[in-house]
Design a protein around this ligand. Structure first.
Ligand SMILES: Nc1nc2c(ncn2[C@@H]2O[C@H](COP(=O)(O)OP(=O)(O)OP(=O)(O)O)[C@@H](O)[C@H]2O)c(=O)[nH]1
Ligand SMILES: [Mg+2]
Length: 387
């Protein structure tokens, strides 16, 4: 009797808890809550995510995400930027972050980024179609073009990966399965800085004002990188007049990119390292027709077309003035230029750390004065929050 009772107690005190613990561990592992990242791999794409509890947003968050194309080697520069973007804006909103790479992200990259941000994180790899040569491109001709541009010291002229990057940013990031489900994206790069608090939700502004493209800095392109871009665009316009806002229309932005009624390109573009844009617009037939016309010409490889002029020309030709917004009040830095708002009350209220005198918007090489002229606006017209 005594022995049976003792055995019973042993079972209750040791074996039962052990069984419960083992069952819990098995269940937790099955649900993925022990492994920090749940991953699924296909032959061409690595997608994995790190979920966080959904914040209580009172239904105010938009269907939007940050997107960062980045290499594993840029982790530290990216972490500073993530910390800064979270501190200045996203800790209040918890928007998700989508990281994309042409190679698999390392576990360290995933852990050190997921740990820094307030929103969910997603990690994707690119496939051959979006980061590779299309079959109509003559790779030997492309190699000779790189050699020639390197000899002429054209910036990134000798780089093959830079060309894949520009083509990807021009025509593919918004089609990636991790991004395609969102309405809006905010593009971020490693090492950029946000100088002021952002006390409103730019994604909400995009939706409420029916905006398609938002930018902060504008500049002129190196002509040597795009010798035939404008003639290719002109052929596209002739073939697809239905996609173009009519030249004479008061809503046309065309005069921002041409000084002679469309004969030549004046090299003006929005600096695309910062963009807040509409994914639906980039996925529209108009934009895809445009990208495919450019891509078919091979200019991303035979020359060195940047995604900044490619996006900007599309916006200037296919969007209405009222659909393009200057985020004048988002203090921003990408080496070596910055955008800094000027209103003293605003600078203080938003805790800006930039110097308005250094702001690139009034620089002779900026295209922002021409944007203001064409749209008939002044910088303060673009302030979202009155101070
Ligand atoms: N995964 C991956 N990302 C890249 C590669 N090349 C560039 N990127 C990313 O693409 C974005 C643009 O590249 P950058 O090198 O910053 O190009 P840039 O802004 O024209 O030039 P910088 O003045 O040097 O910043 C950045 O977010 C980079 O991290 C690459 O080969 N692989
Ligand atoms: Mg950059």
């Amino acid at each position: 009797m005594m022995i049976t009772a003792r055995l019973g107690r042993i079972v209750l005190l040791i074996v039962l808890p052990l069984t419960l613990l083992v069952s819990f561990l098995l269940l937790a592992h099955h649900n993925g809550s022990i492994s920090r990242f749940s991953s699924s791999y296909s032959s061409s794409s690595q997608t994995s995510s790190h979920s966080k509890p959904k914040p209580n947003l009172n239904g105010t968050r938009e269907n939007a995400a940050f997107v960062v194309l980045v290499r594993n080697s840029e982790l530290n520069g990216l972490r500073e930027t993530l910390q800064n973007a979270e501190d200045r804006f996203n800790r209040k909103y918890n928007y998700p972050w989508v990281f994309l790479n042409d190679e698999p992200f390392t576990d360290q990259f995933k852990e050190w980024t997921a740990g820094l941000v307030s929103g969910e994180t997603f990690y994707g790899i690119l496939d051959q179609q979006s980061w590779g040569y299309p079959d109509w491109v003559d790779q030997e001709k492309a190699r000779l073009a790189r050699e020639d541009m390197a000899n002429r010291n054209i910036i990134y002229g000798g780089s093959e990966s830079y060309r894949h990057m520009c083509r990807f940013q021009s025509g593919f990031f918004f089609r990636h399965p991790l991004l395609a489900k969102y309405d809006y994206y905010w593009r971020v790069e490693p090492n950029v800085k946000f100088y002021c608090d952002v006390d409103y939700d730019p994604f909400q502004v995009m939706r409420e004002r029916d905006l398609k493209y938002g930018w902060t800095l504008s500049i002129k392109e190196y002509a040597e990188t795009i010798p035939t871009l404008w003639s290719t665009v002109k052929s596209f316009m002739a073939e697809h007049p239905e996609h173009i806002v009519p030249k004479g229309s008061p809503e046309s932005l065309m005069d921002w990119i041409t000084d002679d009624g469309g004969e030549t390109y004046n090299l003006c573009h929005f600096w695309s390292n910062f963009e807040i844009g509409s994914i639906k617009w980039l996925n529209s037939k108009a934009y895809i027709d445009y990208f495919e016309a450019l891509d078919k010409s091979g200019g991303f490889f035979y020359e060195r077309w940047g995604d900044a002029p490619v996006h900007s020309i599309a916006a200037a030709l296919m969007l209405k003035k009222s659909e393009v917004h200057w985020f004048y009040d988002i203090g921003y830095f990408h080496n070596p230029y910055s955008q800094c708002p000027r209103e003293p009350a605003w600078l203080a209220a938003e805790k800006c750390s930039c110097d308005p005198q250094e702001s690139f918007d009034t620089h002779w090489y900026s295209c922002t004065p021409q944007f203001l002229k064409v749209t008939g606006k002044k910088p303060t017209d673009f302030l979202i929050t009155e101070r």
